[in-house]
Design a binder for this molecule. Structure first.
Ligand code: SF4
Length: 264
């Protein structure tokens, strides 16, 4: 019981999201930063537990109790993201179903796509309304450099997993990509080839605009624009170059592209 009291609130916000409006965050990890990746741009700062195995980090009853005490009625969307990779939580499906029994708002899950080859994970995700799947690279070398996955995770398993999920999912699946440097024409061809394999409903492109704290702090899971503690920011391409990349991807793929800067 005391241990449960020490777990930070598993429900936070609502925070303003450019994609979702007022979005209430659900953190099924909450006890620490826990992920199968260590992305160079991660807004959590540091992943303290890098793992690929699933477990229950916070009991479902505690998450649902936090939810009931939150301002969930004022949210436009309920988003599973939080302190790392939500599909690592073995009770993800149970929590989604529990929230659906209380609230009508769309349920959104942000995933780094690393566990999507697991049929049980895909089955749990089918209860969501929208799923945003991370895909940051189109070559194995870049994938290892940018997302720094746990040993054994390869780009092909990410692509295959998203493809399988999209074939089974009836809601809206988006591919999310962080743009860290200007892609060449050949990069764009490789990226579009992968998109055409997956056929997502939407592509979401980002620039790394958020500050990166030196250490994980629980407040970094929200939409933090600035930290008082030590942090750094990544240099990236200009906004006009970014929008031109977005337009090219939309033209080449025929898939709707939205960006963190503005819709194109
Ligand atoms: S997948 Fe998300 S939580 Fe995990 S390291 Fe990357 S940005 Fe951070």
């Amino acid at each position: 019981m005391n241990e449960l009291k020490e777990i930070p609130k598993t429900v936070y916000g609502p925070v303003n999201s450019w994609r979702l409006g007022r979005s209430l965050g659900i953190d099924v990890l909450a006890v620490d930063s826990i992920c199968s990746f260590e992305c160079v741009y991660c807004q959590l700062g540091k992943i303290n537990r890098v793992q690929t195995s699933r477990e229950v980090f916070v009991p479902t009853s505690r998450i649902l109790s936090d939810f009931k005490e939150s301002e969930w009625q004022t949210a436009e969307a309920i988003t599973f993201s939080g302190s790392g990779e939500p599909t690592l939580a073995l009770n993800l499906g149970e929590v989604i179903r529990g929230i659906k029994a209380i609230a009508d708002q769309p349920i959104v899950v942000l995933t780094n796509s690393s566990l999507l080859l697991n049929a049980e994970v895909r089955k749990e995700l089918l209860a969501a309304d929208r799923i945003f799947c991370k895909l940051d690279a189109w070559t194995e070398e870049a994938f290892q450099k940018i997302d720094r996955p746990a040993v054994g995770i390869e780009l092909e398993s990410i692509v295959k997993g998203i493809e399988m999920l999209n074939n089974e999912f009836e809601g809206r699946l988006a591919v999310q990509t962080m743009i860290l440097k200007r892609p060449t024409d050949s990069d764009l061809d490789s990226y579009v080839e992968i998109l055409n394999r997956i056929t997502p409903a939407e592509v979401q492109l980002y620039l790394p605009s958020r500050p990166i704290p030196d250490q994980y702090v629980v407040s970094s899971r929200g939409n933090v624009a600035a930290f008082s503690g030590d942090h750094r920011r990544l240099n990236t391409i200009s906004e006009s170059q970014f929008l031109s990349v977005a337009k090219k991807i939309q033209r080449l793929s025929g898939i709707d592209v939205v960006t963190s800067q503005q819709n194109i």
